[in-house]
Design a protein around this ligand. Structure first.
Ligand SMILES: [Fe+2]
Ligand SMILES: [Fe+2]
Length: 222
């Protein structure tokens, strides 16, 4: 079964433009998550339209309330009348619950398989991608940090904590493709000099091309 073209058109025209003011949760992130989610939907035999919609809406509520963006994103999906043309009420409920459950630091297992898949799809198992997103997040949330080293150490500690909680970065699905990607990522990431080098290069880039200023003053996500 392939994706409903009308649904994809609606999301492309109406939903994706809403990510324009997001940086770490902008369209590069959303497209990565969609790609992962479609891979998992295929693997687990899930409804592709639901998988695509969940991935497309999962971070949309970020500028409403950054602490509770999962809930806000779920609310936006639930109140979207157009989606009723493509889905039943129970399907909408399943998608909303999955989005609510996508927080990465969450300790309880998501309520349904879609929630497990969206949480796992949301991971950055790539050092450069993570560097871009994490530096932006610390720039927004920790305005008191000044130097590169202060920012880097904060980012690095956070990820190491997440890894050390379970000995590995938690995955709900334990999908073999993601496990392979995670293990490769972790090995690279824990080589601190290597990781610091990638973060430093990205830091220098965003400091000199105006992106850093734009992250602070223009983009709305945290
Ligand atoms: Fe999110
Ligand atoms: Fe996300």
């Amino acid at each position: 079964m392939s994706l409903n073209r009308e649904l994809v058109q609606y999301i492309t025209d109406i939903i994706f433009p809403k990510y324009e003011k997001y940086y770490s949760h902008g369209m590069i992130h959303i497209n990565n998550v969609i790609e992962n989610m479609m891979m998992l939907a295929d693997y687990y035999g899930l409804d592709k339209d639901m998988a695509y919609t969940i991935a497309s809406y999962h971070d949309i509520g970020l500028n409403v309330d950054r602490e509770n963006h999962e809930k806000e994103s779920a609310k936006i999906l639930k109140s979207d009348k157009k989606l009723r043309e493509f889905f039943t009420e129970p399907q909408i409920e399943i998608m909303a619950i999955a989005i609510e459950d996508h927080r990465g630091s969450r300790r309880e297992k998501p309520h349904n398989i879609y929630g497990e898949c969206i949480s796992d799809s949301d991971r950055d198992f790539d050092v450069l991608t993570l560097a871009k997103r994490q530096l932006a997040t610390t720039l927004k949330n920790y305005p008191d940090l000044e130097t590169f080293d202060e920012h880097f150490n904060r980012c690095y500690e956070y990820i190491c904590e997440r890894i050390n909680e379970n000995g590995v970065f938690n995955l709900w699905t334990n999908n073999p493709v993601l496990i392979k990607r995670r293990d490769k990522f972790q090995k690279e990431y824990l080589d601190k000099d290597y990781t610091r080098g990638i973060y430093k290069k990205e830091w220098d880039k965003i400091s000199s091309d105006g992106t850093k200023e734009k992250i602070i003053t223009y983009y709305e996500d945290y």
